[in-house]
Structure formats: structure tokens, C-alpha cells
Design a protein around this ligand. Structure first.
Ligand code: HEC
Length: 196
């Protein structure tokens, strides 16, 4: 329960920063939007490139390794290059290790609601300062739309050897049944703010 209360206060702080429109001081999260956007763009491009070439070369079972192993590897490389912890999460995950914390869940739920009200996923993002364990971080999230190339492994009709390979590796898989254009998940990047 204690942990819950802590998490809740972190969410409240996170939302409060947005509501206040954040003053232009050193802790203003808006100064980090540009670099976070660049990382999101780079991450998406590298992933899609690797997925497409794996699908071409070795078919879907090889590509499962790309979304499975290469995504964290690309994230780690980008993290080293940029100083951000770079990850992906979703409201329905394939790998339980990608499950969202309560703050990430709240942000994705809000993306989902806006999308249901007709706002394009492409333009959405969220940035804020969060405080955890006495340290301050800047946290950025951006929705990941489902594209056609994703349906092979995340669509409503995942078939044959792919379905089998996924079932073996991910017995708790909840990341199928998506349609093109729906929110598949979100990028989630966090970076410590030193000395603040
Ligand atoms: C060849 C199969 C395959 C394709 C195609 C594929 N994925 Fe995945 N996806 C996976 C696997 C396997 C995982 C689990 C990764 C892991 O273990 O971290 C995954 C995980 C994810 C996650 C992390 C959250 C979770 O559910 O664990 C996101 C987000 C995601 N995929 C988005 C996409 C998007 C967007 C596309 C299309 C651009 C795509 N995937 C295409 C197989 C695929």
C-alpha cells in the first residue's frame, strides 16, 4: 500500500507539471522534448528497418527475434548514445517484462481515450518531471501505432508457425488482436536530472 501511495503521488506530480504549463526554469520538461522526439523517431526507424529485412530474409520466425531481442538491443544502444533509458511498453503486452508501471499505464490510457475521441496518435506525446526515491527524472512517452507490417505477429489472425513460436516463447501473450491504426503500445524514455 505504501508503494501505491508513492506511485500515486508521482503520477499526481507528473500531471501537475503539465497542468501548470511548467515555468521556464531548469526543470522545465519542454526543453527535453526535441531530443526525446529524435530518439523516438530513430528507434522506430531502426526497428522497422530491421523487422522488414528480417521478414524478407528469414521469414516471420526470424523476425520474432527482431521484435523480441533486437528491440531491447536497439533501445540499449540508443540509451548509451543519448543518456536516456529507452524502452517500449503497452497496455496489452507480449512479454511481461515490458509491462507498464502505474504512471505509464495512466499515460497510455489517456492516449487511448484521446484517440477514441478522434485525435491522431501520430501527434501525441507526453513529457513531465517525475520524482522517485528523492531523485528527479524527465519522463517522455509517445504512442506506437500498429502498422500493416506489425499484423503478422500482433494482428487478429496470427497463423501457423508464428503462432506456435509465439505461444512457446510467450505463454502469457496478450499482444494479438490489434488492427492497423490502433495504438499498439508506447515508447517510454526516462532520464535522470543530475543535481536537481
Ligand atoms: C515477427 C513478429 C513481430 C512483428 C512483425 C512485430 N512484432 Fe512487436 N513483438 C514481437 C515479439 C516477439 C515481442 C516481444 C518482445 C520482447 O520479448 O520484449 C514484441 C513486442 C512488442 C512491443 C513491446 C510490448 C510487448 O507487447 O511486449 C511493442 C510495443 C511492439 N512489439 C510493437 C510492434 C510494432 C509497432 C510492430 C510493427 C512495426 C511490431 N511490433 C511487429 C513480435 C513481432
Amino acid at each position: 500500500m505504501k508503494r501505491n501511495a508513492q506511485t500515486r503521488s508521482a503520477i499526481l506530480l507528473f500531471l501537475a507539471v503539465f497542468a501548470a504549463g511548467a515555468q521556464a526554469d531548469e526543470g522545465d520538461p519542454r526543453q527535453y522534448v526535441g531530443e526525446a522526439r529524435d530518439i523516438a523517431q530513430e528507434f522506430a526507424a531502426r526497428l522497422k528497418g530491421e523487422l522488414e529485412s528480417a521478414l524478407e530474409e528469414g521469414g516471420a520466425s526470424q523476425a520474432i527475434g527482431v521484435c523480441g531481442a533486437a528491440a531491447p538491443a536497439i533501445g540499449a544502444r540508443l540509451g548509451k548514445e543519448t543518456g536516456w533509458a529507452v524502452g517500449r511498453t503497452a497496455l496489452r503486452v507480449r512479454n511481461p517484462r515490458n509491462a507498464p508501471d502505474s504512471r505509464e499505464r495512466a499515460v497510455m490510457t489517456s492516449f487511448q481515450q484521446q484517440h477514441a475521441e478522434g485525435v491522431e496518435l501520430q501527434g501525441m506525446e507526453r513529457i513531465g518531471i517525475v520524482e522517485e526515491g528523492g531523485l528527479r527524472y524527465v519522463h517522455y512517452m509517445k504512442p506506437i501505432p500498429t502498422q500493416e507490417v506489425c499484423l503478422t505477429c500482433h494482428g487478429g489472425d496470427v497463423k501457423g508457425p508464428i503462432q506456435q513460436a509465439l505461444a512457446e516463447r510467450y505463454p502469457a501473450d496478450a499482444a494479438t488482436g490489434f488492427r492497423e491504426g490502433e495504438m499498439r503500445g508506447a515508447f517510454t524514455f526516462i532520464k535522470p536530472l543530475e543535481g536537481r
